[in-house]
Write a protein that binds this ligand. Structure first.
Ligand code: SAM
Length: 180
């Protein structure tokens, strides 16, 4: 097992998002809150991370809460996003199940996340490009749970999602999921 893994910079292109959007684990760099248009709800378990996203220019409703047990009604959002957040969360299945619940029928969940090997410290550096902005973000996790695209895909399917698009790269992946 490696002690420290550090990826080269990876480039991620963000789509133009609109409507009512929930960004799960959206604190810290706050990439979605800084780039998406529309009615954005930024959910994070940490007040400090929410404050950081605000200070970096994220805009929207900042909500302190646990993605494994959200207080939103069923089918409330048009889109749910998770931008390099699952890698920080324990119990991704519970998170995905909640995301499925709060998404409207026909809505999409977009996941960008890291492929994490067994290691003690994992770092990934991301260049996120939207229509108007380029954001450089560095993410690090100590004692991460190993993670692959297939694992997250299978968890997503097990809670009811259909996979409509998938991009697998060496260090990261993108999943576009639909609630049918
Ligand atoms: C570092 S951020 C990831 C990147 C962030 N999406 C961005 O745009 O930069 C991951 C966030 O997930 C949050 N988090 C971890 N577990 C959570 C949970 N169960 N519910 C909500 N947020 C959680 C952490 O507090 C942290 O702010």
């Amino acid at each position: 097992m490696k002690l420290v893994v550090k990826t080269p910079w990876v480039e991620v292109k963000l789509p133009q998002l609109s409507g009512r959007i929930l960004d799960v684990g959206g604190g810290g760099e706050g990439v979605i809150g800084r780039t998406a248009r529309g009615e954005i709800y930024i959910l994070d378990i940490s007040e400090k991370e929410l404050e950081e996203a605000k200070s970096r220019g994220a805009k929207g409703e900042f909500i302190k809460g646990d993605a494994r047990k959200m207080e939103f009604p069923d089918e409330y959002f048009d889109t749910v996003t998770s931008f390099f957040s699952l890698m920080y969360m324990r119990d991704s299945r519970k998170v995905l199940k909640e995301c499925y619940r709060v998404l409207r029928k026909g809505g999409k969940m977009l996941i960008w996340d890291a492929v994490i090997p067994r290691c003690l410290i994992y770092n990934i550096n991301v260049i996120a490009r939207s229509e108007n902005e380029v954001i450089k973000a560095k993410y690090a996790v100590v004692f991460p749970a190993p993670q692959t695209c297939e694992q997250i895909e299978n968890l997503a399917k097990s809670v009811g999602f259909e996979v409509v698009r998938k991009e697998r790269h060496e260090h990261w992946f993108y999943l576009e999921l639909s609630k049918v």
